[in-house]
Design a protein around this ligand. Structure first.
Ligand SMILES: [Zn+2]
Ligand SMILES: [Zn+2]
Length: 412
């Protein structure tokens, strides 16, 4: 049994001097595992170092191409300079797409910092367990209907929210990410709603770069074979070992990035994420997001990038959790059924910070109140479900000009 803390308790918690986050920016007290650069302007996953490997794997071969192959083509062909210009510009585009993929917010949903308003819970008839004492229930999952298909959304203990449909918690970055596709070790970042188009274009343009380099190396070998004196293929390859190396490299790389491009074209065409494809397999059941190939491509690639829900450079807002005494007079014991039993135990032991980890689905309830419900009390969502959820779940962060970090949160 837990007695709901009074506002007085909240204030003393708020004033805890040991939690010195005052004056700091959101990215400095970020609770995910991300790495920030340029004063919080660039956000990467914790494995950002692997990005260096990817950069070497791109810039290295292109440099070899320019020095040992492109230079000769420039000399041997009229207008050969175009080959060099295309190689350099194409590589530049690939690198920009790589940076846009890995250095930006992939669609992180700000963690909740507050418990829900007890009144809201109590006002909901479904939360009454009968008798005199109301129960505050937080089921682990809830059903929502998306385009006529029932989808389960799960409660995230870490982020204290009900994940919107298609959202998943990345165990590497330790964040809930909208339209989570996968965590890509090659770019050192989650692939989610905000960087998926860039990721796809990066993979696609890298495939084109492989084709281009391979074709230009073939051109170089052909020129050597037709030269004076003419060479056999093997002799020409010996004369230009860089071409031989780059052809083999581009061939192998094409299998990887070309295969990835094809796979993601299939996913986009059927409006699936990698996570959904591996986890759920829509083959045997209806995919509620599939709206036809052309519309799927438009939805995934041409719908624009929504603004980030996180303002990493904003100053941390210190505020008391808005806990109010429920309408149960004389503060009778309120039995809280939470997915996080541990948090309850900690609260019972006086750890007030755990209170904020207990619940926090106020955004969900906010939406719950605004959306229609079916007979079973489940939400019915049609098109725009993601926006509706995102608004409800992310509103907490955006309304306040940034993520509100619990004052008891760990400092970094
Ligand atoms: Zn989460
Ligand atoms: Zn991740």
């Amino acid at each position: 049994m837990y007695i709901t803390p009074s506002p007085q308790l909240s204030n003393s918690f708020h004033a805890d001097p040991s939690k010195n986050v005052a004056g700091k920016r959101i990215y400095q007290v970020w609770r995910g595992s991300n790495r920030f650069f340029c004063g919080g302007r660039l956000i990467f996953g914790p494995d950002v170092r692997s990005l260096l490997v990817t950069l070497v794997l791109i810039i290295g071969p292109v440099s070899v191409f320019c020095v040992f192959v492109g230079r000769h083509l420039w000399r041997d062909y009229d207008g050969g300079i175009v080959i060099m210009i295309v190689a350099v510009l194409h590589t530049f585009v690939v690198l920009v797409l790589l940076l846009l993929t890995s250095g930006r917010d992939p669609g992180i949903i700000p963690r909740n910092a507050h418990p829900p308003e007890p009144e809201d819970e109590i006002n909901s008839p479904s939360d009454w367990s009968g008798g005199q004492t109301p129960k505050l229930k937080l089921p682990r999952t809830k059903d929502v209907v998306v385009n006529g298909v029932t989808v389960k959304i799960k409660y995230c203990d870490t982020c204290m929210l009900y994940r919107p449909p298609r959202c998943s918690h990345c165990s590497i970055c330790n964040n809930c990410v909208e339209r989570f596709d996968h965590h890509c070790p090659w770019v050192g970042q989650c692939i989610g709603r905000r960087n998926y188009p860039y990721f796809f274009l990066f993979v696609f343009s890298t495939t084109l770069l492989c084709f281009f380099v391979f074709a230009m190396c073939v051109l170089r070998i052909k020129k050597l074979m037709e030269g004076d004196p003419p060479h056999t293929v093997w002799k020409a390859l010996q004369r230009s070992p860089a071409s031989a190396f780059l052809m083999a490299y581009a061939f192998l790389a094409t299998w990887f990035v070309g295969g990835l491009t094809m796979f993601h074209m299939y996913l986009i065409g059927t409006n699936q994420t990698t996570y959904e494809n591996f986890r759920y397999r829509y083959d045997n059941k209806a995919n509620p997001y599939n709206e036809g190939v052309f519309r799927n491509f438009k939805l995934v690639l041409c719908n624009g990038i929504p603004p980030s829900k996180n303002k990493f450079r904003s100053k941390v807002q210190l505020e008391a959790p808005s806990i109010s005494v429920p309408t149960v007079q004389s503060r009778e014991s309120v039995d809280i059924l939470s997915p996080n039993r541990k948090a309850i135990d900690e609260i019972e032991m006086g750890d007030k910070s755990a209170w904020s980890t207990l619940v926090g689905a106020e955004a969900y309830q906010d939406l719950h109140a605004r959306n229609s419900t079916n007979g079973a009390g489940n939400k019915i969502l049609k098109h725009g479900y993601e926006d509706a959820f995102a608004e409800a779940l992310g509103g907490e962060g955006s309304r306040g000009g940034g993520l509100r970090v619990p004052v008891a949160g760990p400092n970094r």
